[in-house]
Ligand binder design. Structure first.
Ligand code: ATP
Ligand code: MN
Length: 467
């Protein structure tokens, strides 16, 4: 019935709608307030945190019938005229002339009633939770972050490359892989030695869901100099933490003719750009997080934008941790990987801002990181953020063929499996560097959301893939 008029998003109407304009809104009812001669409903269409207030006068045709259907959760189309609002809180409101209830929502069973629900509860209704204020704000900020990421790289001439989701290489050599197979699990073919006969599998070899697009990004960087990936990655890590998902999105820039210094500079400018962009485009949502979720959100954003990150070597960081007057659960000593508690101590207690830790011991880092002159440490860099710990992990890559071969063997991997990766060092090798940003960790950092399950629409974690 309402097709002939232009429909407009509520965010835009609240920003620039003028009294006397005729328009249509489409959305879902958040609340209904019945007064003697008229009724207010709040309509939300996901475009903003704020709802549009709609006034239904009792003279409206079929007023009583419509009112009965207009419960929280119902979908509506309203045609009407904007009027200046007399109430506080909004500039304009919509006086309804025609109301169409598209789909009702039974108030007896619709689970999202006006009261506040816990995030735990909302995870059990993953198909409806995006209709709440918190998740609306989270997913708008997530979208803005994605936009900022593309903008940052595109403005600098980086090529967005798509790396494979199914891969035969285990990039990190770290395990945590999901296997991909089309073999019938009830009747797996075996070789003479009773191993699984992967020659009968779809690809004729074992394959996995990718844990990182880095190696393939390096391939592309050796042709386009500056590239980035932005896609899903998978880790079958059975760690039930508030910072780990089994399926998460990663952003991985890779730059030829670049060293660790350039890598750190880019990563820092990158994070600053994203925060700046989200502050500008989602200020209302960030205010909401600051008020309702974590009252340091705005200060953190300002802090990121305005301060230089601390830069410190792993060796110095260990010395500082050894001197710390707190008792860590995991002991600190040179050669051990930093645990989340150590990472958080450094940026929360010592530096009060993000810190870039560089030059980690070679034996705890991946084979592709460039070996330092000391032969003991590698040109790695992790960016640690308050409350989150590691948000970015990167390195200058080993561009020297012999050193790389040595490192692959030392880590128990086979050079034959990485023949194409080694070819990049045989033909036109160049110093290069890159990093990986965990996209959900970024959104957590930005919003103050405590659990990573609440910053991705459909979280994948151990024992959970319902929605
Ligand atoms: P962590 O020590 O926190 O498990 P990692 O060393 O395994 O991280 P990398 O392999 O360097 O992480 O991955 C690059 C980035 O991806 C990390 O800096 C982090 O932001 C993100 N990340 C890693 N694992 C996960 C995960 N399971 N869920 C969400 N993000 C992740
Ligand atoms: Mn990990």
């Amino acid at each position: 019935m309402l097709d002939s008029m232009v429909n407009r998003r509520i965010a835009e109407i609240l920003r620039s709608g003028q009294p006397d304009e005729s328009l249509i809104v489409q959305g879902w009812v958040r609340t209904k307030r019945e007064l003697k001669d008229f009724t207010f409903i709040e309509v939300n269409d996901g475009s903003s945190l704020a709802n549009l207030q709609v006034i239904l006068d009792q003279d409206l045709p079929e007023y009583d019938k419509i009112l009965k259907k207009l419960n929280t959760g119902a979908s509506v189309e309203v045609a009407g005229v904007l009027v200046a609002s007399v109430g506080k809180g909004q500039r304009v409101e919509l006086k309804a002339e025609k109301v169409k209830v598209c789909g009702e929502a039974d108030p007896e069973t619709y689970p999202l009633q006006k009261k506040r629900h816990s995030f735990e509860f909302l995870r059990t209704i993953g198909h409806l939770r995006s209709r709440t204020n918190s998740f609306g704000a989270v997913f708008r900020v997530r979208n803005a972050c994605a936009n900022a990421i593309h903008q940052f790289f595109q403005e600098r001439g980086f090529l967005w490359v798509q790396t494979p989701i199914i891969t035969a290489s285990d990039c990190e050599g770290a395990g945590e892989l999901f296997s991909v197979t089309s073999l019938n699990l009830k009747d797996v073919p075996h070789t003479e030695t009773q191993a699984v006969d992967y020659s009968k599998d779809f690809f004729g070899r074992p394959t996995y869901l990718t844990v990182s697009g880095q190696l393939e990004a390096e391939v592309m960087a050796m042709a386009f100099a500056q590239v980035y990936t932005f896609g899903p990655t998978f880790r079958a890590e059975n760690s039930n933490t508030s910072r780990h998902l089994a399926e998460f999105w990663m952003v991985e820039p890779e730059m030829a003719f670049c060293n660790l210094q350039g890598n750190m500079d880019l990563a820092e400018a990158f994070l600053k750009h994203i925060f700046q962009y989200v502050m500008e485009t989602c200020s209302e949502d960030l205010e909401f997080f600051n008020q309702r979720i974590d009252n340091t959100v705005l200060a953190t954003a300002e802090n990121i934008i305005n301060n230089q990150f601390e830069r410190i070597t792993y060796t110095k960081a260990i010395a500082l941790l050894e001197k710390a007057d707190v008792k860590f659960e995991y002991p600190v000593s040179w050669g051990l990987d930093l645990q989340s508690e150590h990472e958080r101590y450094l940026c929360e207690q010592l530096f009060h801002k993000p810190a870039i830790v560089t030059d980690y011991p070679a034996q705890i880092k991946a084979f592709y990181m460039r070996l330092n002159e000391d032969e003991n440490t590698v040109r790695a860099m992790d960016i640690l953020a308050p409350k989150i710990g590691e948000i970015i992990g990167g390195s200058q890559r080993e561009e020297r063929l012999e050193v790389l071969e040595r490192r692959i063997i030392a880590q128990g991997l086979k050079t034959e499996d990485l023949w194409w990766y080694l070819d990049l060092r045989r033909y036109g090798t160049v110093p290069h560097a890159g990093f990986g940003l965990g996209f959900e960790r970024l959104v957590q950092f930005m919003t103050g959301m405590g659990n990573i399950r609440d910053v991705i629409p459909f979280p994948r974690t151990p024992q959970n893939a319902e929605f």
